[in-house]
Ligand binder design. Structure first.
Ligand code: DON
Length: 302
């Protein structure tokens, strides 16, 4: 299996290098707009503990919304099923930063991965603590998951998004007006922008997904199962159905161009290419995962 994977990854990287349509780099966070769309990296951590990587696999990038998976694990650890009184578990069918449903649905976001839901989840994970305490716990969680201390927050990215994050401010203030935040919106967004600004390589990210693949015990298996269900149904926003159709694995994307995908019991996979498709998910990352799932037969649908 190990040598097959190395061969698959080499062929996938060669195929991706030949692509001229690489999507659009996220422009609304100025620090991310400078990314080079020519970059591509992929890493696969297998159940036998071996790891295979190709391309720009040692280049740190902004994990952005992939951080919502780790934030959700912490919020569930603190609140348990109580969290589900404040955020639902349904796909939204709308853009990740949409405001549309929030008013008509009484300030209860559809799921923890759209921005409104992640803001509520971050508020729950914060509890009564100052944001820096939550961020320290989050970094410890991710470093433990990855088995790597060299994972940090890129403060310049957090600052950049704070200056341009008008939609997230609108969402947070609307949530507060509906009584669905327990902390001041500025505190919650401070924590949220900093968690989105965590930088990791695909090698680190693939290792940090081991607990979701059932290859490392960090949280209860019942929670792992539920996080994977949400990744499959909501992890790619209004592109979630398409991702399930093409790749068939639970996955979570970020506007930095990363995707973490889980083949339960088999592998944790991280891919990165900064160009995004129309739904804000990595264009080549999705294509690479589609190729990998087809070649390995890892789709959870057989
Ligand atoms: O809140 C935002 O807009 C960003 N910090 C994260 C968005 C994101 O990564 C959406 N994913 N594709």
């Amino acid at each position: 299996m190990s040598s097959d994977i190395a061969q698959h990854l080499a062929e996938i990287a060669a195929e991706m290098a030949s692509r001229s349509d690489r999507g659009q780099v996220a422009g609304y966070i100025p620090e991310l707009a400078a990314a080079d769309p020519g970059q591509f990296g992929i890493s696969v951590l297998l159940a036998d503990g071996s790891q295979h990587s190709v391309g720009d696999s040692a280049v740190p990038f902004s994990i952005q919304s992939i951080s919502k998976v780790f934030g959700l694990a912490i919020a569930l650890g603190r609140l348990g099923d109580q969290l589900w009184t404040r955020v639902r578990r349904e796909p939204s069918g709308l853009a990740f930063n949409s405001i549309l449903q929030l008013e008509s649905e009484g300030g209860i976001p559809r799921n923890p991965f759209i921005n409104a839901g992640a803001i509520v989840t971050t508020d729950a994970a914060l509890g009564r603590r100052p944001p820096r305490e939550y961020l320290a716990e989050l970094l410890t969680f991710i470093r433990t998951a990855a088995g790597d201390e060299d994972i940090h927050i890129a403060k310049s990215v957090a600052r950049s998004e704070t200056l341009t994050g008008h939609r997230n401010f609108a969402l947070a203030h609307f949530l507060a007006s509906q009584g669905n935040l327990t902390n001041p919106p500025d505190h919650v967004l401070g924590a949220y922008f900093h968690q989105c600004a965590i930088a990791m390589t695909v090698e680190q990210l693939a290792r940090s997904g081991r607990f979701l693949a059932g290859l490392q015990h960090l949280i209860a298996p019942e929670r792992v199962r539920r996080i994977n269900a949400l990744m499959l149904t909501c992890g790619h926003y209004d592109g979630s159905g398409e991702f399930a159709f093409r790749v068939g694995l639970p996955g979570k994307s970020g506007v930095g161009g990363g995707i973490l995908a889980i083949a339960p019991g088999r592998a944790s996979i991280a891919v990165w290419s900064p160009g995004l498709n129309a739904q804000g998910n990595s264009q080549l990352g999705t294509e690479a995962l589609e190729m990998l799932a087809r070649r390995t037969g890892w789709s959870i649908f057989g």
